[in-house]
Write a protein that binds this ligand. Structure first.
Ligand code: TRP
Ligand code: SF4
Length: 400
């Protein structure tokens, strides 16, 4: 139940570009090799800001999923689904809303930031204020403990942890907790029970975090415990309450930032993107027409890669030897700009070749994509349903 589970979501913004690929997707693809992963299309999240352009969302969802598959997300390894098809997310959002102080939401830095940035939209809505709460529900409903996100999302993970803590504090209380926990320790078997007690003492008396981690691992692997006993023993490590909703961690990965073709942020709306599954001729044309160091007016003028939008692409796509060739050739006017761009063009085309190949069956038969998502939604609903059963019970809603 608290085993290493990864969850992340992406808002449907249409076709994916190489910035999305290097910034997030590539990391997801790596994670699916190692962990149980759930990845979803955050269509409700898109509505919090784009409620007036619902048609864009509708078109974007499938395009985005097809790009995920092209990039290498593997439905046999990762569960891929759409948020709005797992309506339990809405139920948990509602229920967590009961215990979430409005001040917590108002203080999330992205709240004011985004309102300022997107000043053409009226974002003084209940839905927009509740965005981080809905994100918390997305994560907690799968009891995910690792959430790969960008820097900008760290505050959302923070509030998720706070909400989980508050939930466990309020609802994890139960009469006779101590006795029930001790009975559960016995069920571990004498050897493991002894180890559990030792690790618990090490954490409670000396604050030994490593011991806490080992104890959690021990519980993860314990197979003969019921869900309720597991919740008790996780909680017993730290205090006197059950842990119904475990606190997740942000998984911040060093990802290469891909700027746009003009050196600004890569964004579909700036018209400076290279998309995934782009035709080789288009990639060639887009890179060949990129601006370069303005000092290089003529072929003989030396330049400085640091002042050229092409250089960040070399940093992502070229090996040391090629990078050195660029540095020397640019500064000495030994190479021309088109010559300099060619290795980048070749590398992007090579990166996308397997994507074209992978996506073909889905383009030939779109019903394949529909059924992958139907399967994913079903799997997600099952997991979400298990958590909801616990949550309803804890909140006094499972009466008959
Ligand atoms: N808010 C995230 C973004 O804008 C998307 C998202 C929604 C998400 N729910 C999530 C990411 C849950 C991680 C986990 O990028
Ligand atoms: Fe940019 Fe390369 Fe031209 Fe230098 S040689 S200005 S790095 S494209």
């Amino acid at each position: 139940m608290f085993a290493n589970r990864v969850l992340s979501g992406m808002r449907p913004t249409g076709r994916m570009h190489i910035g999305h690929y290097h910034g997030a997707l590539k990391n997801w693809i790596r994670l699916q090799e190692e962990y149980e992963c759930l990845f979803f299309v955050a269509d409700w999240h898109a509505l919090t800001t784009h409620y007036e352009s619902a048609e864009v969302i509708e078109e974007s969802v499938w395009e985005m999923i097809i790009d995920w598959l092209a990039a290498g997300l593997d439905p046999a390894r990762a569960t891929l689904f759409i948020q709005s098809r797992v309506p339990e997310h809405a139920e948990l959002t509602l229920l967590l809303g009961m215990i979430t102080p409005v001040g917590w939401l108002e203080r999330v830095p992205t709240y004011k930031d985004q309102q300022q940035k997107l000043s053409d939209k009226d974002l003084s809505t209940f839905g927009f204020l509740g965005y981080p709460l809905m994100q918390s529900a997305d994560i907690l409903i799968y009891r995910a403990n690792m959430v790969p996100v960008g820097e900008d999302q760290v505050s959302h993970l923070e509030i998720t942890r706070e909400i989980a803590r508050r939930f466990n504090f309020i609802y994890g209380r139960e009469p006779g907790f101590e006795q029930k926990a001790q009975a559960a320790v016995k069920k571990l078997g004498s050897k493991k029970a002894k180890l559990y007690e030792q690790l618990r003492t090490a954490f409670q008396q000396e604050g030994d975090e490593v011991a806490l981690g080992s104890a959690r691992e021990l519980l993860d692997e314990a197979q003969n415990l019921s869900m309720g006993d597991k919740e008790r023993l996780f909680g017993y490590l730290e205090g006197s309450r059950r842990v119904i909703l475990p606190e997740p961690q942000a998984l911040l990965t060093e990802t290469a930032k891909v700027p746009g073709l003009d050196g600004q942020k890569m964004s579909k709306s700036y018209n400076n993107s290279i998309f995934l599954r782009e035709a080789p001729e288009v990639i060639t044309r887009k890179v060949r027409t990129m601006p370069t160091d303005p000092a290089r007016v003529r072929r003989n003028d030396p330049g400085d890669p640091e002042k050229c939008p092409v250089w960040p692409f070399h940093k992502i796509y070229s090996d040391d030897k090629t990078q050195q060739w660029v540095q020397e050739g640019c500064r000495s006017a030994g190479i021309g700009c088109l010559e300099c761009k060619q290795p980048v063009i070749d590398a992007i085309i090579a990166e996308q070749a397997p994507m074209h190949e992978r996506v073909q069956p889905y383009l030939d038969d779109p019903s394949l994509v529909r059924s992958i998502i139907a399967d994913g939604c079903e799997r997600a609903r099952k997991l979400a349903g298990e958590t909801m059963r616990d949550v309803r019970e804890a909140m006094g809603l499972s009466y008959t």
